[in-house]
Design a protein around this ligand. Sequence first.
Ligand code: PRP
Ligand code: MG
Ligand code: ZN
Length: 219
Amino acid sequence: MSRLRVAIQKSGRLSDRSLGVLKRCGLRFAHSKDKLFWFGQDFPVDLLLVRDDDIPRMLLDGVCELGIVGENIAREVMLERNGGTGLTCLRKLGFGQCRLSLAVPEDLEIGSLQELQGKRVATSYPALTRALLGEQGVTVQAVELSGSVEIAPGLGTADAISDLVSTGSTLRANHLRELEVLFRSQAALYSPSTPLPDEKQQLLDRLLARLEGVLQAAE
Ligand code: PRP
Ligand code: MG
Ligand code: ZN
């Protein structure tokens, strides 16, 4: 009997909503609180609780068939690892909205992205940032940081940042000004682009039909 594995964020901004949408699809899991593998009851879909940044790689590596992750992270990993391909976005989920924005120090007199040509940009999304800026003819030096990106300009290690913004309060607290939105992101359900065996595909189709009902009822 085939089973599917779906990876979601263990703890963070997407965790509760990710689990919530799966439960509303009728999935039930047997778990103890701290275990990272939850066995699916009734419906053969098991849950993996992992770091969100690891989800796209796990899908590309075939560790699981489904994952809920921000579009920004999926795009970044596809660009880094796979020429921008390899994962299929099955459904945007309508939560976890944020934007990847280029921001500069408040007091820096800069009016357009073009003025950043050749500058140092701190980011956790180097490949996505380079690709999006490249579309606008701007080439930058990406300075990669895995978090607290907003601190870099004040430390003098970057001229600008490219990071996720949701309320904008982290930018304000660090005296940064949003110059331009590069990419709008939300949580989405992804699978590897390679075909699944028939039995797994049938399971996936049943799950997607339930998901469609759940999401349409919520709209
Ligand atoms: C995210 C993001 C920004 C901040 C934006 O960081 O990287 O730093 O939230 O949110 P705001 O616009 O509402 O202030 P997170 O809290 O995930 O920490 P991290 O960057 O260290 O991972
Ligand atoms: Mg994270
Ligand atoms: Zn951050």
